[in-house]
Design a protein around this ligand. Structure first.
Ligand code: PMV
Length: 314
């Protein structure tokens, strides 16, 4: 049997969502695929034995959601890894979806996969929000919040020891977005742990987390009105706050400056964990943003959202 799940782009709220502030993200038309079959002998991934360093998420998914029966696993992806576009979440969703489908011999309920994939990410990374695993399961555009938001469709709730997130589908206007990958890789767990330390130590970082929540709520309103100029301003403001969290690095700043110098740019921010990874540019002129990011040494990609979430086939 086979599964696939999309990557994602966070438009507002990364990092702050770990502390219960709202977020807004959508699924990206790049996917992670898993094929899983029962086998004899030992579990192998792409013909190789499991190894803690390279297969941390797979091993954790097997620990949490599988017994001892050996599996032949094959993985394939078009998502760049450690680049802020949700490759580990897509992998966790596709893998947990495959394990639950194999166990039951039927399609698993999306919320069960989303919860299982969140547990997989959280226990592999040390800390996480259910943002990425929810949007990679659901597809389309998704907001997480502490309450039900007007004009959204409730999907499911996810509870950790500390809090509950309401996961909701949200309509988005047409947006021209371009991703610029800095090529600098960073591990989500390390970056989230660094932010957590700063949150514990410094009041101004805690204030930045709360303010990101406010910017995200305003961003959701601006998107509802299709006021893209305001959405762009709020992306810039979100970036100022992410800088206060310490996740904007000089290579990301160079890409952001290049994006701002391009005609048609409405706003730009890093997306995902930062400290490397990618920036996201909202623009009226995608080809100018692509050219500017190429000149600045990034690998640009025009963002194509997808309604397709987790898919399972037997
Ligand atoms: O960089 P990514 O794709 O792993 O996204 C991380 C998003 C964070 O908000 C920083 C962490 C989380 O679990 O929500």
């Amino acid at each position: 049997m086979a599964t696939s799940a999309p990557g994602k782009v966070i438009l507002f709220g990364e990092h702050a969502v770990v502390y219960g502030e709202p977020s807004l993200s959508f699924a990206l038309d790049l996917r992670f695929q898993v094929e899983a079959e029962l086998t004899s002998g030992t579990t192998r991934v792409n013909g190789e034995p499991l190894d803690e360093r390279h297969h941390a998420y797979l091993i954790q998914a097997l620990r949490l959601h599988w017994g001892d029966a050996p599996l032949d696993l094959r993985t394939r992806t078009t998502l760049p890894s450690a680049s802020g576009v949700g490759s580990s979440a897509a992998l966790s969703v596709a893998m947990v979806g495959a394990l639950l489908a194999l166990k039951a011999g039927a399609n698993p309920a999306p919320e069960v996969v989303a919860r299982g994939a969140f547990e997989t990410e959280r226990s592999t990374q040390g800390a996480a929000s259910p943002n990425d695993t929810s949007v990679c399961t659901a597809g389309g555009a998704v907001t997480l919040a502490r309450t039900r938001l007007d004009g959204t469709q409730p999907l499911w709730e996810i509870t950790s020891e500390e809090r509950t997130w309401f996961v909701q589908r949200i309509p988005l206007p047409k947006l021209n977005l371009v991703l610029g990958n800095s090529g600098v890789r960073a591990r989500t767990g390390d970056v989230v742990a660094r932010v957590r330390e700063a949150v514990q130590k410094r009041a101004f970082v805690r204030r930045a987390i709360t303010e990101i929540g406010e910017v995200t709520r305003e961003g959701i309103e601006a998107l509802r009105r299709a006021d893209l100029r305001r959405v762009g301003e709020l992306m810039d403001h979100n970036e100022d706050l992410l800088r206060r969290l310490g996740v904007e690095t000089p290579p990301l700043r160079r890409l952001l400056d290049a994006a701002h110098a391009a005609p048609g740019t409405l706003g730009a921010k890093l997306t995902g964990k930062g400290a490397g990874g990618s920036i996201l540019v909202l623009t009226d002129r995608p080809s100018d943003a692509v050219a500017a990011l190429e000149r600045a040494g990034a690998k640009p990609l025009v963002v194509v959202p997808t309604p397709r979430g987790l898919e399972v086939s037997f």
